[in-house]
Ligand binder design. Structure first.
Ligand SMILES: NC(=O)c1ccc[n+]([C@@H]2O[C@H](COP(=O)([O-])OP(=O)(O)OC[C@H]3O[C@@H](n4cnc5c(N)ncnc54)[C@H](OP(=O)(O)O)[C@@H]3O)[C@@H](O)[C@H]2O)c1
Length: 224
């Protein structure tokens, strides 16, 4: 990836997204930190971080273009989607149906909406990385909706990757490359994880992410 083009981090207000945005910037990358709400200073007051604020995903491409023009930087050369998060509550059969619908919207549909809006900003061969968690691979009691949306998200990335490579004119180069980065353990410092058996540091997540961003031949799925 051309490091002069920024990395757009979607979900930069979140626990992982904020640390990813800071970590990428600390490593010398230019970061567009995108949120639905105004970002806290701990994310934005840092060299190399350009805030992008858009309450609606559909309006995000225009907000990205405006932020890039205002900051005098190129359009993004990569997207990192850190949308969703953790949830623990009642067993699925006893859980509130509205909560199920809300989790589908925030943990799965939001990713499709983001990819629809943002993949067209990228060029051939540019990476689009979706973060996912352990519940996508392991059924977790009390976090059923997260397990189901996480598993669906893994398949969503596969389908996007497959479809992005189809119908490309001969000689037009590689398509946008979709990847899934599965963080198999709690990220250290997140108090929502009760007594985790193992943790991954934000630096480990950022390092794994950078491998995906920088290697055009990186695998579709990487675990950290
Ligand atoms: N935290 C961990 O220990 C951990 C461990 C392993 C994997 N992960 C993975 O990391 C990713 C992010 O998790 P997290 O813990 O950082 O979650 P989080 O702290 O709850 O943050 C979630 C982010 O998603 C955004 N978001 C939610 N619904 C959205 C929507 N409909 N449209 C756009 N943005 C939306 C939120 O924005 P608002 O602030 O506007 O609501 C927020 O920025 C997930 O894939 C998760 O599985 C996390």
């Amino acid at each position: 990836m051309n490091s002069l083009r920024p990395v757009l981090v979607v979900g930069a207000s979140g626990f992982v997204g904020s640390r990813v945005a800071r970590g990428l910037a600390a490593g010398g990358r230019l970061v567009l930190a995108s949120t639905r709400h105004e970002l806290p200073d701990r994310v934005t007051v840092q060299a190399g971080v350009v805030p992008v604020h858009s309450p609606e995903t559909a309006a995000l491409p225009d907000a990205v273009r405006a932020a890039c023009a205002h900051a005098g930087v190129p359009l993004p050369g990569a997207v990192v989607a850190s949308i969703g998060g953790w949830d623990k509550g009642a067993p699925l059969l006893e859980s509130d149906p509205d909560r199920w619908s809300a989790t589908l919207a925030s943990h799965l549909t939001a990713h499709l909406d983001a990819a629809r809006a943002l993949a067209p900003l990228l060029g051939p061969g540019d990476p689009y990385v979706v973060l996912n968690g352990a519940a996508s691979r392991e059924a977790m009691a009390g976090s059923g909706a997260i397990s189901v949306t996480g598993a669906g998200l893994a398949m969503l990335v596969q389908v996007l990757r497959l479809e992005s490579g189809q119908d490309r004119p001969p000689g037009s180069g590689p398509a946008v490359r979709f990847h899934e980065l599965v963080v198999d353990h709690a990220v250290s410092g997140d108090g929502r994880n009760e007594d985790p058996a193992q943790v991954r540091t934000p630096a480990q997540v950022v390092n794994a992410l950078c491998e995906l961003l920088d290697d055009p031949a990186a695998p579709a799925v990487r675990h950290v």
